[in-house]
Design a protein around this ligand. Structure first.
Ligand code: GAL
Length: 361
């Protein structure tokens, strides 16, 4: 066998061996770097934990953080802007790498973004938009679509008459988007003279009590002649239905909602609430945490669009909401496990579930 070939063969092995050892050391190095990469510390600032959906968001966000080895510290502002800003500063002083914020007040929360910016900490505006400040990402649902879905199902049940619009907190940017979608969806029926917006009220704390008071007052003013209540979420819808039931109108006057709260699912089954808007929170929380970790590491999360929040254009991810009534409750909220059939049966009276299932056949 000639010498040249022998040398060549050994050179080949040598080159291969050198290449493989370089590859191995790179791999080892990256493992070391990765293992030594400090886990990202997320600061989660919630407006409140008194409503069912925020409890669920908080659990889902914490669960995802755990899955991706991120540390997460949760703060509940109990509906107070001052407390939320104080909590933000505490987290920033504690060295968080990124903030996920559910603002109580869309404008006042800009101070949180400014404080974070001073520390070079990115902010994710979660579900609700923070206005007039350079947040790094806004992630939510298409909230104008939420309003459109609410009126489309109510119009199907009450195509004409006096409508009462029951809105959420004016401090919440979402509440204005829901209202915008509702009014867009009512335009045609209004201009055709079929529907009249007989009244509109805003619930500063999104509370059931406010929903009840406002609807009772609207019913009194209209002498009970209200054809439908377009309620922006399930909590205030519950108050509206209480006011309607006092006039034996619950079940005959259509009412919308949002959030697929357990109590609302029961009302939909009973027929006192016409629909709710289901927003799958799992994907929202997962994408928010993944984006927060990417931002904390100096990377740009993939976004679907950009929108302006007044003075800044903010990268955004908007997920699609789902309209739910008796017909598709099983194939959405229940099949997703958002609420299990067992959980619902527990709060229904004996026989109500079977009657519901039989009705659907
Ligand atoms: C909105 C949110 C709704 C509803 C409401 C009251 O911002 O999008 O899902 O829960 O707040 O908390």
């Amino acid at each position: 066998m000639n010498t040249y070939l022998v040398i060549n063969k050994h050179m080949g092995f040598l080159i291969k061996a050198v290449f493989l050892s370089i590859l191995a050391s790179c791999l080892a190095l990256s493992l070391v770097v990765r293992s030594e990469e400090k886990p990202v510390h997320i600061g989660l600032l919630l407006d409140n934990l008194k409503f069912e959906r925020w409890q669920r968001d908080s659990n889902l966000l914490q669960a995802r953080a755990k899955e991706v080895d991120a540390k997460i510290t949760v703060k509940d502002a109990e509906g107070s802007d001052d407390l939320q800003l104080q909590q933000a500063n505490e987290l920033l002083d504690a060295g968080v790498n990124v903030l996920i914020v559910v603002p109580h007040d869309a404008d006042k929360a800009a101070a949180i973004v400014q404080a974070a910016q001073k520390k070079g900490v990115p902010v994710v505006s979660y579900d609700r938009l923070i206005r007039n400040s350079p947040a790094s990402l806004y992630i939510s649902f298409d909230n104008v679509q939420v309003g459109k879905l609410q009126v489309s199902m109510v119009l199907a049940a009450a195509p004409e008459g006096n409508y009462f619009l029951l809105e959420g907190a004016p401090s919440d940017n979402n509440a204005h988007q829901f209202e915008k979608g509702q009014k867009l969806g009512l335009q045609q029926a209004e201009s055709a003279g079929r529907v009249t917006i007989a009244g509109e009220s805003w619930c500063r704390q999104w509370s059931r009590a406010e929903g009840y008071e406002a609807t009772a007052a609207a019913l009194k003013k209209a002498d009970g002649k209200i054809a439908a209540v377009v309620a922006a979420n399930d909590e205030i819808a519950g108050g509206a239905i209480q006011a309607l039931s006092e006039r034996k109108l619950a079940g005959s006057v259509p009412v919308s909602g949002q959030d697929a709260d357990l109590a609302a699912v029961v009302r939909v089954i009973r027929g006192t609430q016409t629909m709710t808007v289901y927003k799958p929170l799992g994907p929202l929380a997962k994408r928010a945490v993944d984006a927060a970790v990417a931002l904390a590491r100096g990377n740009k999360p993939t976004t679907s669009e950009t929108l302006t929040n007044g003075s800044y254009s903010v990268p955004a991810i908007l997920l699609q909401p789902i309209a739910v009534d008796q017909k598709n409750l099983g194939g959405t909220v229940i099949s997703d496990g958002f609420h299990s059939a067992e959980e619902i049966k527990k709060v229904l009276a004996p026989g109500e579930w079977d009657k519901f299932i039989a009705r659907k056949r």
